[in-house]
Design a protein around this ligand. Sequence first.
Ligand code: NAD
Length: 462
Amino acid sequence: MEEKNEIKDPRIALDLANRQKHYVRSGATRSLAFRIKQLQTLKAAVREHESEILEALHQDLRKSEFEAYTTELGYLYDSIGYTLKNIKRWMKPKRVRTPFIHFGSRSVIYPEPYGSALIIGPFNYPFMLVLDPLVGAIAAGNAAVVKPSEFTPHVSAVIAKLIRAHFDEEYIRVVEGGQETTSALIHAPFDVIFFTGSTRVGKIVMQAASERLVPVILELGGKSPCIVDKDADLDLAAQRIIWGKMINVGQTCVAPDYVLAHRDIKPALIAKMKERIAAFFGSDPQQSPDFGRIVNERHWERLSGLLEPSKVVAGGASDREDLYLSPTLMDCVDWDDKVMEEEIFGPILPILEYHDLEEAITAVNSRPKPLALYLFTGSKRTERRVMEAVSFGGGCVNDTLLHLVTPYLPFGGVGQSGMGAYHGRYSFEAFSHRKGVLRKSTKVSLSFIFPPYSDRNLKLIK
Ligand code: NAD
């Protein structure tokens, strides 16, 4: 059995953060060559431990190999590959324009590492959601402490093992543990905190960070709506909504939390979604190797409490021993039903109806800004209207989840769903300070700015 690597004593957390700061200050992480080598090492380490990681994901969340590979490992390899291709360009100091008043001078933006980064992850994509931010931290030249979720202990242990085997711990260190450990870490003097998890804990993290004015990137959750308008392609909508909702059993931060369907197409949409569930997972999803499990009993109980039998129109089956909850559709749901109070984070999909688009927009806008929004429509006008009228983290038109699978779009929330963004270049920027420097000409001087001012005529510069 490996040593557990927990930290409960704030003094140890402080020492850890200080040693990492020192490592970065020594200049060790500055060069392009160093960063490239670390990214390559990370990729090779993950490859080497691939089967252990897939096994751990199965043990903790019963993820199928295909799903685990595509959403956790394949995703990370792509992210590292893209970063390796672009890092040289991102690292270069960038010359920008200089106003005429500074004639003869130059303006340059230097991206520099914050120093030591603390990365805290959730349980739902327990591997990718700590290692993908780590790619950004490495690329930007930081040292990092990684704290995976305690709810996925097998994955947490593999991450600790692979990082310990391949990286100097003054540079990258994994700390395992739960609330006490995280509490000790968030009060330590890290230079930036990257947190992925619930809005509730996000607030705790931000409060702790504010004591030292540590910048935070908060990747949080919330209720992400999926609007299906009357002119949508319903076959396609049903397929893509059920896929996006049921992947990882609904334990996806950007899963469509609820469907807002135009009343004219709601019955047909529900019929097609039922067909999709059967096509994806068979008549008994509990036997399907492609349908995972709820992470633990606490969440299983919470989710079971959201089921209202009179409103269930598909699924609704559960098995506590197996932490199983079937793909479930609930119809005729009202805004004040229990299932609409908080982020569901499970395989229950409530369906609400609207009569005209403005009503749907008003309903979404009267709630906290969501992390994602999905719109199914055949109309450009409807698309334009929703884009201009609703604020949300990011999303898709005529699909779900896939806005994550591109390095060109920033991914992050807004308002209650988070702050800051990452992916691709945005990951590099999330972990960098942009130092703006004006290199003044020694030949040309703005002599009029120096006192005494008594002989100046303000009218000339007004
Ligand atoms: P969580 O907030 O319960 O836990 C996340 C991390 O915070 C864990 O590492 C945990 O150890 C730590 N933590 C828990 N309680 C703490 C406390 N009191 N003080 C300090 N640290 C504490 O989240 P979760 O249940 O693991 O994940 C689900 C949530 O994460 C959902 O809300 C989901 O939407 C969100 N999420 C967001 C994204 C995103 O990219 N925006 C991605 C995945 C999950």
